[in-house]
Ligand binder design. Structure first.
Ligand SMILES: Cc1cc2nc3c(=O)[nH]c(=O)nc-3n(C[C@H](O)[C@H](O)[C@H](O)COP(=O)(O)O)c2cc1C
Length: 305
C-alpha cells in the first residue's frame, strides 16, 4: 500500500496514518501483533498509567449495552516504573508512536508522571483528566476549566514531549474547557472519553457494575462524540484527535469532516482486533476514489450552507 495519502503530522508527531488506538482498549499494542501491522498506526495510546500500580475496581467491570458497553476498570495498571523498566523496552521494536495515557490524583502527580515519561521511545503524553481529584475532595480535573488548565501547565513544565489533553464529555460546556487547556499550552486535544452511565439487574435489584456507575463507549456514543469534536475543532487552533464509537472507515471520515486531524479506535478493537487495518484501508480507498492526495483535504471540510 502506498501510504503517502495517509501520512500526517500531528503536534510534531510524524504518523504513518491518522488512525490511532484509544487508551485502555488496545493494551500496549503488542497484544495485537498477530492481527495488526502496528507500524501502519498513527500511534498507540497505551493503557492508563499511574504513579503507583493499581488493582482496579472489584466486581463486574464490564456490561454490554445496546450498541455499546459500560466499563469501570478503575485504571488497573502496573504503575509507571514497571512500564518504563519492562514494557517500554519491549514495545520499542514495533516502530509505533507510543502515547502514554496518564492519570494522577493531584496536579503534582501529573507533573511527576510527565517527568518520568520524558524518555526515548515515548512519542507524547495524553492526560486523562476524568479521574477523581482526591486532594481537592473528589472533583474531576476534566470537568473544571481551572483544574484542567493546571494539569496541562504542570505536565508541560515537566516534559519536552507533546502534551495531549483528553476531554471528558461529562460536562455542560466542553468548548470552555477545550479553550482553557489550549491557553494553558496543550499541544493537541483528544475526545471523547466515555460517557458516565449505569445498568441495574432487575432480578437482584443490584447494580450490574461493581462500581455502580461506569463509562459508556461504542457506536451508541458516536453522534455525541462527533458533535463535540465539531464544536471543539471549530473553537481551537490545536489539532483534535476524534474518538467515540468509530467502527468503520465511514465513521472515521465523518470525524475528519467534523474537524478531527486524526482518529482513535477504542471499543471496536474488542469486536474485531483487526478493525484498525480495515479502517486504514477503507480511508485510503475513499481518498483514492475521490482523487484526494492527502487526508488533510478532508479535515474540517463539512459543508454547511
Ligand atoms: C475497557 C476500556 C478501558 C478504557 N481505559 C481508558 C484509560 O485507561 N484512559 C483513558 O483515557 N480512556 C480510557 N478508555 C476510554 C477510551 O480510550 C475512549 O476514549 C472511549 O472508549 C471512546 O471511544 P470508543 O467508543 O471507540 O471506545 C477506556 C475505554 C474502555 C472501553
Amino acid at each position: 500500500m502506498d501510504n503517502s495519502r495517509l501520512e500526517t503530522n500531528l503536534a510534531g508527531i510524524q504518523m504513518a496514518s491518522p488512525v490511532m488506538t484509544a487508551s485502555g482498549t488496545f493494551g500496549y499494542g503488542e497484544e495485537f501483533e498477530g492481527f495488526v501491522d502496528l507500524s501502519l498506526l498513527g500511534g498507540v495510546m497505551v493503557k492508563g498509567t499511574t504513579l503507583l500500580p493499581r488493582r482496579g475496581n472489584d466486581g463486574a467491570r464490564m456490561a454490554e449495552t445496546p450498541a455499546g458497553m459500560l466499563n469501570s476498570i478503575g485504571l488497573e495498571n502496573p504503575g509507571v516504573e514497571y512500564f518504563l523498566s519492562d514494557i517500554l523496552p519491549r514495545i520499542k521494536k514495533y516502530r509505533m508512536n507510543v502515547i502514554v495515557n496518564i492519570s494522577g490524583s493531584s496536579v503534582s502527580e501529573y507533573g511527576e508522571l510527565a517527568k518520568r515519561l520524558d524518555v526515548d521511545g515515548v512519542a507524547a503524553i495524553e492526560l486523562n483528566v476524568s479521574c477523581p481529584n482526591v486532594k481537592d475532595g473528589g472533583i474531576i480535573f476534566g470537568t473544571d476549566e481551572k483544574s484542567a488548565a493546571a494539569v496541562v501547565r504542570e505536565a508541560k513544565r515537566n516534559t519536552h514531549k507533546p502534551v495531549v489533553l483528553k476531554l471528558s464529555p461529562n460536562v455542560t460546556d466542553i468548548v470552555a474547557i477545550a479553550k482553557a487547556v489550549e491557553a494553558a499550552g496543550a499541544d493537541a486535544l483528544s475526545l471523547i472519553n466515555t460517557l458516565m452511565g449505569m445498568a441495574i439487574d432487575i432480578k437482584t435489584w443490584r447494580p450490574v457494575l461493581g462500581n455502580v456507575t461506569g463509562g459508556l463507549s461504542g457506536p451508541c456514543v458516536k453522534p455525541v462524540a462527533l458533535r463535540m469534536v465539531w464544536q471543539v475543532a471549530n473553537a481551537v487552533g490545536i489539532p483534535v484527535i476524534g474518538m467515540g464509537g468509530i467502527e468503520t472507515a465511514e465513521d472515521a471520515i465523518e470525524f475528519f469532516l467534523a474537524g478531527a486531524s486524526a482518529v482513535a479506535i477504542g471499543t471496536a478493537n474488542f469486536r474485531d482486533p483487526a478493525a484498525t487495518m480495515k479502517i486504514i484501508r477503507g480511508i485510503d480507498d475513499y481518498l483514492k476514489k475521490r482523487n484526494l492526495s492527502n487526508i488533510k483535504e478532508l479535515v474540517g471540510k463539512m459543508k454547511i450552507e
